[in-house]
Design a protein around this ligand. Structure first.
Ligand SMILES: *Cc1c(COP(=O)(O)O)cnc(C)c1O
Length: 386
């Protein structure tokens, strides 16, 4: 492991490029190689070099990413998975047993809701929904068997904001763990562990990877013992990030800070245009002073990120038409890449929450604002709105 103590004093931008990635000892290669390998020669039985034995258990490329993730979230242990949902699954099966209860948000990634409602529930885990932007509502959902409070902030797709420090107080008081899905913010904009959360979850598919070319997930915790338990289950269950995928995420992270600055600046300009557009009834962007969570977001985030949702005045079909007419904004699911995306959550990313407490408005359009020229993006959106 590289010298974590020295790294703590370096700034985020520096850690993003260097943490966990010293130049290769043998060749001096400046970039961590892709160790596309499954097994390792032992120097006599049990004589492992650097602890490497089999790549499900550990692989040097993945180790570099995992150390980098731990540094960026200011945690003790980072773990990289094959997808965000694989990371979530590992966390849930590590800390929950049948009979436990979890509080989940009323606005969350559809796949997270599906994991709780269709998979984890079958194993005897109970869940209930709360508006996590209201700490009192979360407190009211706590039961004697509650083990986790799950939070997504900003949330998907309504950009709701939860006060992480306030929920950390409630969780600590109740002996419950607080989990924060930090996918929308990335550690550059927000560091949940520093605000009192126990575990951070990422879909590294999104801003961390940043180029729409990899699917991956991560867990980071500041609790070394929990980190050990998670690592045990990561190996026991096996949904690890492959070496090339880990390398792509690491490569993406090197530019995370500059990308997030540009995503945030572009999104701010677009949100301001939408607020004043006659065909738009409501804009969800935490950077807007009128957003319900603006003050909390300003307190816990460095900037407001690249995600915006808005409601189209003429209703569902008109919202779908805006998505169909956009050209530079590519019609597609996912988010967080350098290229701008547009989608209709009700029929696309959030179709799985239809009819549940997490159902989203049918006239909603979601944007993942990329880092293209903001003038080109504004022109495309204005045209699509007609
Ligand atoms: C995409 C996403 C996930 C799931 O991640 P995958 O990499 O698609 O498995 C979880 N949470 C949020 C907020 C997401 O956007």
């Amino acid at each position: 492991m590289s010298d974590q103590h020295t790294e703590r004093h370096q700034s985020f931008e520096t850690l993003a490029i260097h943490a966990g990635q010293p130049a290769d000892a043998q060749t001096g290669a400046v970039v961590t190689p892709i160790y596309q390998v499954s097994t390792y020669k032992q120097d006599g039985v049990g004589g492992l070099r650097g602890g490497y034995e089999y790549s499900r258990s550990a692989n040097p490329t993945r180790t570099a990413l995992e150390e980098n993730l731990a540094a960026l979230e200011d945690g003790r242990r980072g773990l990289a998975f094959a997808s965000g949902l694989a990371a979530e699954d590992c966390l849930l099966r590590t800390v929950l047993v049948p009979g436990d209860h979890v509080v989940i948000p009323n606005d969350a990634y559809g796949g997270t809701f599906r994991l709780f409602s269709k998979v984890v529930e079958r194993w005897g885990v109970q869940w209930s929904v709360a508006d996590t932007s209201d700490p009192a509502a979360v407190r009211a959902e706590l039961r004697p068997n509650t083990k986790l409070i799950w939070v997504e902030t900003p949330s998907n797709p309504l950009l709701g904001i939860t006060d992480i420090a306030a929920l950390a107080d409630i969780a600590r008081g109740a002996g419950v763990r607080l989990v924060v899905d930090n996918t929308f913010a990335s550690p550059y904009l927000q560091q949940p562990l520093a605000l009192g959360a126990d575990v951070v979850v990422h879909s590294t598919t999104k801003y961390m990877g940043g180029h729409s070319d990899v699917v991956g997930g991560a867990l980071v915790t500041g609790d070394a013992e929990l980190g050990e338990q998670l690592a045990y289950h990561q190996n026991a269950m096996g949904a690890v990030a492959g070496p090339f995928d880990a390398w792509l995420v690491m490569r993406g992270i090197k530019t995370l800070a500059v990308r997030m600055d540009r995503h945030s600046a572009n999104a701010t300009r677009i949100a301001e245009m939408l607020v004043n557009h006659p065909k738009v009834t409501q804009v969800f962007y935490p950077g807007l002073a009128g957003h319900a969570g603006h003050e909390v977001a300003a307190k816990q985030m460095r900037a407001f990120g690249g995600m915006i949702s808005f409601r189209v005045a003429a209703g569902e079909e008109a919202a779908v038409e805006v998505c169909n007419r956009a050209k530079l904004f590519t019609l597609g699911e996912s988010l967080g890449g350098v290229e701008s995306l547009i989608e209709h959550p009700g029929r696309m990313t959030h179709a799985s929450v239809a009819g549940s407490a997490l159902e989203v408005p049918s006239d909603l359009v979601r944007l993942s604002v990329g880092i293209e020229s903001v003038d080109d993006l504004l022109a495309d959106l204005t045209e699509a709105l007609g």
